[in-house]
Design a protein around this ligand. Structure first.
Ligand SMILES: [Zn+2]
Length: 320
């Protein structure tokens, strides 16, 4: 019968279909088994020697770490970045443990972070600021003209989160705020907006009696004025300027020279002690030294000169 023949044909097709299907399933199973047994290597992943997972290919982790580092580098240019922990791999042997990439990466995400090899400014026990390196902080301190830094102030290496590190451009302003606040506690003193340029209006550099004037004396020019004062009387800078010499000079003994940045220099001689150092920016009226009796001197006094373009002038014509 036509219908019977058709049914039997259809039956054969079904049987054939099942056979093909079975072959396909067993083929996939066989291929999978082959792959796992002979091709599929696995690696243990360690963070600081502690195993955190198993992966198929270490490049997955390496790429993940590289991507993380790239993102941070873009966010924090100029910083010296590194991983907080060491990631290592070891090829699995014996019966291959099942790997789990996703879990391993999640564990990495939890444990691995990027750190910055930076530097910090510490005053006493207080961390004032983090900069990208020691040089950045020292440069900012210089720009700020921080002086009288006590030994409790340190610039030291520090490993921190890159987000905690301030870019060079912001360091000076930040330090100005934070260090100035500290200055009140006398840990550090900051010369705020101090100018090294004088206005040409000089002040008397010490309290005392004038004991000698500018001009010819004993057949030679006495190039300044003498102010008699007991040893260790404060000596003040006569105008804003920068100390360009603090040391001994023949005849003058201990001596300071301040360059006022406007063609004028002042000299302070026969000093007993220095308060300011070479290179310091000093303000008009700021104590720079103590009077004394050093060099060619017949008694405690301050010898004070003003030089205009290198030539001594009579200080009394310039002191207001
Ligand atoms: Zn003199």
């Amino acid at each position: 019968m036509l219908t019977e023949r058709m049914a039997s044909w259809a039956k054969r097709r079904v049987v054939l279909g099942i056979l093909v299907g079975l072959f396909a399933v067993s083929g996939v199973a066989a291929a999978g088994y082959f792959h796992q047994s002979y091709n599929q290597t696995a690696y243990h992943v360690y963070i600081n020697n502690k195993e955190i997972g198993i992966i198929h290919n270490p490049d997955t982790v390496r790429q993940w770490l590289a991507n993380k580092m790239d993102r941070e580098r873009k966010k924090f240019p100029g910083q010296s970045l590194q991983l907080n922990k060491k990631v290592t791999f070891k090829k699995a042997d014996g019966d291959r443990a099942a790997y789990n990439e996703e879990k391993t990466l999640q564990q990495l995400e939890r444990e691995i972070s990027i750190k910055s090899s930076a530097a910090r400014l510490v005053v006493g026990k207080k961390v004032i600021v983090y900069g990208k390196d020691k040089q950045s902080i020292e440069q900012a301190l210089k720009q700020l003209k921080v002086r009288h830094v006590k030994e409790t102030v340190k610039v030291e290496a520090a490993v921190v989160s890159p987000a905690a590190v301030f870019p060079d451009g912001q360091l000076v302003n930040l330090l100005r705020k934070r260090v100035t606040a500290l200055a009140a506690e006398e840990a550090i003193s900051v010369m705020k907006g101090k100018s090294s340029r004088g206005d040409g209006q000089f002040e008397m550099p010490a309290a005392g009696q004038l004991s000698s004037y500018f001009g010819e004396r004993w057949g030679r020019l006495h190039a300044g004025i003498d102010i008699a004062a007991a040893v260790d009387t404060p000596v003040y800078s006569a105008d804003n300027g920068r100390v360009i010499f603090a040391g001994q000079k023949a005849g003058y003994g201990n001596c300071i020279i301040v360059d006022h940045g406007n063609g004028y220099e002042t000299l302070y001689g026969h000093l007993n002690a220095f308060v300011a150092s070479n290179g310091d920016i000093v303000e008009k009226g700021e104590e720079i030294a103590k009077t004394g009796n050093t060099g060619r001197s017949t008694g405690p006094h301050l010898h004070f000169e003003i030089r205009k373009d290198g030539e001594p002038v009579n200080p009394l014509s310039y002191i207001h």
